[in-house]
Design a protein around this ligand. Structure first.
Ligand code: EPZ
Length: 424
């Protein structure tokens, strides 16, 4: 019999105390891919212990690099990298695997990476990545579900992204830094994770300007060198804990974060009745549990993050009134709605809008995770639902949250990890 992890929560406890936020999943993954750009040893600190980091480590190892992850530190040695492919069985579990394509084509002139396929909430195209690499001179074929990219040496170009895609911006940066001449990426993503990748590449000897803006200028260089790096804090993990505190009427200090990366969320939390105090590298949130309804529309950074949409929906499901949540980035990112409805949330969907009618309380029940942030929303709902909530398939949550139940327990949550037979 195959046993699967589940998380069990008995709701109703107010969260109080301090919690340390881990390094950012979405910052460390492109940095790990960036180590392919130069032979040598890399020392990366404040690495979150996540499934996705392990998946990216396995991918780099399959290409011949040595990767050791111990106590939040990654040691990567790339001198033996000799296989320039990313197989489907790894890419299908983690879309961010596509970040290796940029360094492969940019440094080795060849890369074969599986198309990532879709995810729980629909297709996840990579046309912006492919079109941008072609602008840089890569010859790209799609063969048997794989992207096969070839180039003598990439040449700088002007690339206008149709949408400020985080992944495409990161991949094109990773490709352009070793190209010949200068590249301009316009309508680039401004997420902190992209700024952090740019900082890492500049530490390696790249010449990237316009960091943090929507216009990135890259002056190609002939070689880069290995370097060390500390991963920025995970703003989405931080936001998830802030919402947990407000939901439960708690008083929590979320530490080791950069509040500047959370301005949109903090503004909405204040509007919904929480009191927020920013103190150095920490944010203290206090709440009496009275939640005001606040409409939200997800947007690219610095707007309200799509990765906080599911968590915000849980908060609004207990607000005193109704609110509208509009998803502008991934129009069908609502797989969490049906599970939240099982817990008593009153939500109606209309295309990419969810109307949430606040209810007095949620009731615990068995629910199933479908994707990373949806499972985070189920954890939040379980914290505040009356009775017991069993959340199955928690491998989804382990992709992006480091031992989430171990971080919630000291705050007063009645939560534990258990196992259940896998029923196919
Ligand atoms: C990154 O995904 C994040 N993942 C996602 O976080 C996050 O939700 C997303 O950015 C938006 O912020 C990582 O960083 C590993 P996009 P990414 O390219 O790069 C469309 C999480 O929970 N698009 O910015 O895949 C796309 O369909 C994950 O940590 C194309 O059409 O997102 C979407 O509508 C989930 N063609 C929009 O652009 C392309 O070639 C933004 O996607 C690429 C994207």
């Amino acid at each position: 019999m195959i046993l699967m992890d589940k998380i069990v929560i008995v709701g109703g406890n107010r969260l109080k105390g301090s919690v340390q936020i881990s390094g950012s999943k979405n910052a460390v993954l492109p940095i790990m891919a960036g180590t392919l750009l130069a032979d040598g040893r890399y020392h990366i600190q404040n690495v979150p212990m996540l499934r996705d980091v392990k998946t990216m480590s396995r991918l780099l190892q399959s290409m011949g690099t040595d990767v050791a992850l111990y106590e939040h530190v990654l040691q990567i040695e790339t001198k033996n990298c000799s296989i320039f492919e990313a197989p489907y069985d790894l890419v299908k579990t983690m879309r961010a695997s596509i970040y290796v394509l940029g360094p492969l084509i940019g440094r080795f002139g060849y890369g074969k990476v599986s198309l990532p396929g879709g995810c729980a909430w629909g297709p996840r195209p990579v046309n912006f990545h492919i079109e941008g690499l072609q602008k840089l001179g890569a010859h790209i074929e799609i063969e048997g579900g794989y992207i096969v990219a070839k180039a003598k040496r990439l040449k700088g170009a002007r690339i206008m992204l149709p949408q400020p895609s985080v992944g495409a911006t990161g991949n094109l940066l990773l490709a352009a830094v070793l190209s010949k001449g200068s590249t301009l990426i316009e309508n680039a993503a401004q997420e902190p994770e992209i700024a952090s990748l740019s900082d890492f590449l500049n530490k390696m000897g790249a010449h990237i300007g316009g960091i943090g803006t929507s216009s990135l200028e890259i002056e190609g260089v002939d070689t880069l060198n290995p370097t060390d790096m500390s991963v920025i804090p995970d703003r989405i993990e931080a936001g998830t804990f802030l919402i947990a505190a407000h939901l439960t009427g708690g008083d929590v200090k979320v530490e080791e974060i950069n509040a500047r990366h959370l301005t949109a969320l903090l503004k909405h939390l204040r509007k919904s009745g929480a009191s927020i105090e920013v103190v150095n590298h920490a944010v203290r949130i206090q709440s009496d549990g009275q939640i005001k309804p606040v409409n939200v529309t997800t947007d690219v950074y610095p707007g309200f993050p799509t990765d906080m949409q599911a968590q915000w929906m849980v908060l609004m499901s207990l607000a005193k009134g109704s609110s509208v949540i509009t998803e502008k980035i991934f129009f069908d990112r609502f797989t969490h709605v049906s599970e939240l409805q099982r817990l008593g949330a009153d939500i109606t969907l209309d295309h990419n809008k969810a109307v949430v009618w606040g209810v007095d309380h949620l009731c615990g029940a068995p629910v199933m995770s479908t994707d990373l942030r949806a499972s985070a929303s189920l954890i939040l709902a379980g914290l505040v639902a009356a009775g017991r909530t069993d959340i199955s398939r928690v491998y989804h949550i382990d992709r992006g949250y480091e031992h989430i139940e171990e971080k919630l327990k000291p705050l007063g949550a009645e939560i534990w990890r258990d196992q259940e037979p896998l029923i196919i």
